[in-house]
Design a binder for this molecule. Sequence first.
Ligand SMILES: Cc1cc2nc3c(=O)[nH]c(=O)nc-3n(C[C@H](O)[C@H](O)[C@H](O)COP(=O)(O)OP(=O)(O)OC[C@H]3O[C@@H](n4cnc5c(N)ncnc54)[C@H](O)[C@@H]3O)c2cc1C
Length: 563
Amino acid sequence: MARTALVVVYDDQQRLEELEQALRRRFGADYQIRPAATPAAALDTLGRLRQDGEQVALVLADQWLAGMTGVEFLCQAHELYPTAKRVLFITYGDAVAGTAGLQAMALGQLDLYLNAPWGPPELQLYPAITEALSQWARSTSIGGPPPELVQIVGPRWSPRSHELRDLLARNSISHGFYDAESQDGRRLLAQAGVEAAGSPVLLLFDGRVLVDPPTDRLAQALGVQTQPTLGRYDVAVVGAGPAGLAAATYAASEGLRTLLLEREAVGGQAGTTSLIRNYLGFPRGISGAELASRATEQAVVFGAELVYAQPATSLRPAGADRVLTLADGSQVACRTVVIATGVSYRRLSVPGLEALLGAGVFYGAAVTEAKAMAGQRVAVVGGANSAGQAAVHLARHAEQVTLLVRGSTLAEGMSTYLLQELQRAGNVTVRLRTEVAEVHGAGRLESLTIRDRATEATERLATAALFIMIGAEPHTDWLAATVERDNRGFLLTGRDLLRDGRPPSGWPLDRPPLLLETSLTGVFAAGDIRHGSVKRVASAVGEGATVIQLVHTYLNDVAPAVR
Ligand SMILES: Cc1cc2nc3c(=O)[nH]c(=O)nc-3n(C[C@H](O)[C@H](O)[C@H](O)COP(=O)(O)OP(=O)(O)OC[C@H]3O[C@@H](n4cnc5c(N)ncnc54)[C@H](O)[C@@H]3O)c2cc1C
């Protein structure tokens, strides 16, 4: 097979040659560069490459071409090569082309736009093309999957197998799953000298074997810290979603001894999102996993101590200290605490559904399971953005996606760009005023009975998997006796704690609670867990940064320095 192609079309002959040479110099060893002077010639090249079964990684076009715009050309190229990344060149100062490019980005007709002339290619052209190539390689798994650090051999539809895969995926640990009944599964178990049983078996890259390990044991085996090392911290941040990661980063960077506790996977809900499109500074979006891994590295580089698989289970005041109890019963003293424990999905109450959890029924695992849905008919329940994103993501792999929505319209709960993506997907059916009445399947989900809420008419839907995205519950049960919550369990902070303008009873200070401070002085809340929070990545990060300013205020004004 020939090298993967980059197809370039430019009307201006001089620009075309410059671009071809620049690409050939940097990428010529690995890719064939295929220039074309007209869109017709470029489409002809793409057609022939397709006929010969060749790969195309990128299609690059100027906006102004003979007979059609660059965006129109890229749309046609996309039909021939749906996985190739599309790059548009816009000449500096060309407002009309600029507007067309931005609109095409918003409509998902374009992956990247670059300005021409591009000057020294090292500055903008090469970095952008390298990033586009790596996105293409990631999305197509070209060059093979990454080496498997963990191989899980277990029953295909067992909930525990799913939990372990989800855990590893959410922590970006490359792994493979092998059905214990398959030939590969049996071979791996035989090589490891383990008998197949009902439980999943984990084979680590260095030969160690773990049979259905609890999370902390798995974490330890992978070299992750599961115990705090200091006797006392200036601030303990509970939860490593966007809010907790931001709080830990700012706290550590400002010299505070910082502990960051995470029970499952860094990134929180954001870490499960395939593409965050509305986070400031990432016009082409960023995957939640990548944002989480960058933020974790940043927090750790500044000196935050990340302790994994040890959820906080209770909190109590002890003089000037705040003491957290961890899952293993150990205790950690801190001068302040930031609670950033976020929320998790609301459960769907349907008979038989819980028994199929992980066996075709999933809460918020669309990213993890999407590839496994190739050729399957699947359903998503929910009418807000998370359900829309899941449906769009699943549609790339599954044969057919049905979005089941209780309400009579989607427009209220879902962003316009998602509505457009759903329409464009081609294999997504939206069923409004519809709910799940029953689930069917022995050992794994096979079909659903859905009910029209207006007519009560029911219908059976063959479905291999059901993804439920219907809202969220706050993680605050462990705080019920310590801090004030609203009637849904979200933490009250700042002005929301005031009754007739006065702080809650027992409030010990002359000043009212600070902006993000809870009813227990020195204990703060940030992100989705807070009553009235915005429920966006950016607002969680913003609160994570703000809360550390308030921690400083508290430490300076109230808490005796403990050094
Ligand atoms: C599928 C999906 C798609 C989304 N898409 C977008 C989007 O495109 N744009 C956008 O702006 N927002 C999006 N959101 C919302 C966004 O992800 C959340 O608003 C954001 O993650 C909230 O951050 P957080 O840090 O407050 O909480 P979370 O992200 O919920 O993180 C909380 C963390 O705390 C941990 N934790 C919980 N209890 C404990 C405990 N007792 N001890 C230790 N750790 C604990 C959890 O394991 C978790 O890691 C999406 C959400 C979902 C679910």
